[in-house]
Design a protein around this ligand. Structure first.
Ligand code: BG6
Length: 479
């Protein structure tokens, strides 16, 4: 192709992330023609002693949703190289393989994308190896990394500094896969291409905003990893905070990645320190049954925190960020709740609040809770929905997987949906004092029943800061 042949190098190729996310995403891009068959080669790298076929067999079962033909063609483009993550030998061998492929391809320039599907503890050494042995002599080299980026402000900054010595910011792609979700990407359009929302999206009209993540399963064998991080580091400090940025930030000067990321940093810097009485932590009963979790663990598997934004648009509006594992349902949504209508003449008929809900998953949708006259002879009111359910409106559109989109962005060199170094720092600044207090045992996680809504204290907190309970709503396709 015009830009030369592409090598995608998946480091940690035999691990879970690679198997479940990275290879399937590459496969879908391949099957849809975004990776040109003659011009792409995928290298798996890991410590295990595997043959090319060994790797192919391992990932095979996870590659779904395209024809057998595509599948066997895709698998042919995969090669395996084994080596350690901290010795030159393996990376020299890897570089030799990549170079051989590039020579055989005969295009003038080439592209190298390294995907680190690895624990962050090895990022510094692996990046050093890439820098020393595997840089592309005739085109770009880009590196994808994924959280956790450190455990607090200092450790994150240390990691940033280490990587920053090896790669320029425009070579580093920090994935937050929530930024690859369709309805998260839609937030910019929704907010800045619709006149309707412009005058409403502020403290004069909005009472409170909730950004909620629920999962209906627990840590499922990941307890050992999870216990070192907890739900705030696993979900809130990154995924929910990124969503928060897009909901709360000011309009960027343009759609250029730097302009968008500038606004995200600004709104993060406007967040006040989190107050202890605006935090609820929970831990589901049975969490500590996992043998890799210590018996006295205070790690939260549920948290609700209130962010207060100190600026002209949002002063006084609570942003409730809530996430939990082992709850009653799996759902991620943004709920913008508007203030009551002043001088309400329907008082006796229980006027409900307007609420605008953006459901990220499952069943992507946006809907607006409105009060309407209940159809019929009586003058009664009820709450109804103005509904844009994607399953109804976009029946024949396949919504791409987050990783698919983000890998494609990386190949295209578009950093809009990736986290910039200063943004990461600002995100850690918000949560570090609270996390240190939790780690020191100054805040306790209250137990909750698996399969419940989480601790009742969380609902009480939401109500205390102004949220009025409404009912969820899901459009079910007719059978
Ligand atoms: C990951 C977390 O980043 O996101 C997991 O580490 C979580 O704990 C997952 O299950 C949720 O992602 P999604 O796309 O299924 O909502």
């Amino acid at each position: 192709s015009e830009q030369g042949c592409l090598s995608v190098i998946v480091l940690g190729a035999s691990g879970d992330l690679a198997k479940k996310k990275t290879f399937p995403a590459l496969f879908h891009l391949f099957a849809q023609g975004f990776l040109q068959s003659g011009d792409v080669h995928i290298f798996g790298y890991a410590r295990s002693n595997l043959s090319d076929d060994g790797l192919r067999e391992r990932i095979h079962g996870y590659l779904k949703g395209a024809s057998e033909e595509h599948l066997s063609e895709f698998l042919q483009h995969i090669k395996y190289v084994s080596g350690s993550y901290d010795s030159g030998e393996g990376f020299e061998k890897l570089n030799k393989e990549i170079s051989e492929y590039e020579m055989s391809n005969k295009s003038e320039s080439s592209r190298r994308l390294f995907y680190l599907a690895l624990p962050p503890s090895v990022y510094p050494s692996v990046c050093k190896m890439i820098r020393t042995y595997c840089m592309n002599p005739s085109g770009w080299t880009r590196v994808i990394v994924e959280k956790p980026f450190g455990k607090d402000l200092d450790s994150a900054e240390e990691l940033s500094a280490q990587l920053g010595e090896l790669f320029d910011e425009n070579q580093l792609y920090r994935i937050d896969h929530y930024l690859g979700k369709e309805l998260v990407q839609n937030l910019l359009v929704l907010r800045f291409a619709n006149r309707l929302f412009l005058p409403l999206w502020n403290r004069d009209n909005v009472d409170n905003i909730q950004i909620v993540f629920r999962e209906d399963f627990g840590t499922d064998g990941r307890g050992g990893y999870f216990d070192q991080y907890g739900i705030i580091r696993d979900i809130i400090q990154n995924h929910l905070l990124q969503v928060f940025c897009l909901v709360a930030m000011e309009k960027p000067v343009s759609l250029k990645p730097e302009h968008i990321r500038d606004e995200k940093v600004k709104v993060l810097q406007s967040v006040n320190p989190i107050k202890h009485d605006e935090v609820v932590l929970g831990q589901y009963e049975g969490y500590k049954d996992d043998p890799t979790v210590p018996d006295d663990s205070n790690t939260p598997t549920f948290a609700s925190v209130v962010l207060r934004v100190h600026n002209e648009r949002w002063e006084g509006v609570p942003f409730i960020l809530k996430a939990g594992k082992a709850l009653s349902s799996r759902k991620a949504e943004i709920r913008v709740q508007f203030k009551d209508v002043p001088g309400d003449i329907f008082k006796s008929k229980k006027q409900g609040r307007n609420e605008f809900v953006i459901r990220l998953q499952p069943s992507e949708a946006m809907y607006m809770k409105l009060t309407v006259k209940k159809p019929g002879l009586e003058m009664a009111t009820e709450q109804s929905e103005l509904d844009l359910s994607y399953g109804m409106r976009y029946q024949n559109v396949k919504i791409p997987e987050a990783y698919e989109r983000l890998i494609l962005d990386t190949i295209r060199g578009d950093q809009q949906h990736f986290v910039r170094r200063d943004e990461l720092k600002a995100a850690w600044q918000i949560f570090t004092p609270l996390l240190h207090d939790i780690d020191a045992g100054n805040l306790k996680a209250v137990p909750y029943q698996p399969g419940s809504r989480g601790p009742k204290e969380a609902d009480e907190l939401s109500e205390r800061v102004g949220y009025v309970q409404t009912h969820g709503y899901i459009w079910i396709p007719p059978t």
